[in-house]
Design a protein around this ligand. Structure first.
Ligand code: ZN
Length: 330
């Protein structure tokens, strides 16, 4: 949003122009209007924290009725507020929420039950999935599969890869997770092969848009000590924004998220042996913090394709060094 503020352009002004105008001249500076529209899509229906909460719980998964109280109702109220309703922030499904929900159902040709029923849940879940994993809408996005993303090299804050897909039911995972189509295909093959070997991997994180990374970064800062930054990328600097990177865990460590124990677990050992055959590389190996900028993260795997994964292994370099050298033509 800083970009918009820099140019003093109100978001409402942008929306009012619609999609017909692609260039806007202001004080001799030509602005790419389609880029501004991309920024406009960063207005989410929920705050990044609530969107991440909704994601982690697998979306609205059960019916909710007037009179009930739960954090799902807070998400629902926030969602209805983003559609113009004026509601408080409590977690109670009160009369006001019910009438706002009936209005919403009417406006979207849904049965006016006044409850968060299956049809309404599916409608809102679809809408929020689009916020979580924006489709490219025909906008040409560069292929950043081999982009060097590091402490000192960032992605545009509106960057989202083309071809994001939700991971299918077959993939064991925590909540709703999307990655690029190629990554999903490779992940599915890899997890099937692992299962055949009695290894049960689980995905705990995939694509994260800039706003979600920003939320997580602030959260880490609050809950971890002064060293918090060693284990998390600042917004724009995360490989997760590429849509090609996943965090994994395994059954033998009780599916603990982002656990260093994954490295020595049987699932972690299986990954060290086989991940390259499916195009995945561990970005932040042990003892390489001075090179990668990150402490050991045995759970964090980036998809680069089988050929590159094999070259990285043969080079003896970290992925970070390999991609930097690749981009500078070394
Ligand atoms: Zn990660």
């Amino acid at each position: 949003m800083q970009f918009l503020k820099d140019f003093g352009v109100s978001i409402f002004f942008i929306l009012a122009f619609g999609t017909g105008i692609f260039l806007l001249s202001r004080g001799g500076v030509e602005l790419d209007f389609s880029a501004l529209l991309n920024r406009a899509t960063a207005i989410l229906s929920l705050s990044a924290g609530s969107l991440n909460g909704w994601r982690a719980e697998g979306g609205f998964t059960k019916d909710v009725f007037p009179g009930e109280k739960s954090h799902f109702i807070s998400y629902l109220k926030e969602y209805l507020a983003s559609r113009g309703a004026s509601l408080g922030s409590s977690s109670l499904f009160d009369d006001k929420t019910q009438s706002a929900l009936i209005d919403f159902q009417k406006n979207n040709s849904l049965p006016t039950t006044g409850a968060l029923d299956a049809g309404t849940r599916a409608f809102i879940n679809d809408d929020l999935a689009e916020d979580l994993c924006p489709s490219s809408d025909g906008n040409e996005q560069e292929d950043d599969t081999l982009e060097s993303v590091s402490r000192d090299h960032e992605l545009r804050d509106d960057y989202a890869p083309a071809n994001l897909v939700l991971l299918p039911d077959e993939v064991r995972k925590n909540g709703i997770i999307c990655v690029t189509e190629d990554t999903a295909d490779a992940l599915l093959s890899m997890m099937r092969a692992a299962s055949n070997d009695g290894i049960y991997l689980r995905v705990t994180s995939g694509f994260r848009r800039f706003e979600i990374q920003e939320y997580l970064y602030d959260l880490y800062k609050k809950i971890n000590g002064p060293d918090f930054w060693r284990g998390i990328a600042s917004p724009g600097h995360s490989e997760h924004q590429l849509g090609t990177t996943v965090d994994l865990t395994g059954l033998s460590i009780k599916n603990a998220s982002t656990s260093a124990a994954f490295g020595k677990s049987k699932e972690g050992s299986w990954m060290s042996l086989h991940a390259g055959d499916y195009g995945f590389v561990m970005s932040y190996p042990d003892g390489k913090e001075s090179v990668t900028g990150y402490k050991y993260e045995p759970w964090h795997w980036r998809f680069v394709g089988v050929d590159v994964a094999k070259k990285v292994r043969a080079s003896g370099k970290t992925l970070c060094e390999f991609l930097k050298d690749l981009s500078s033509g070394k």
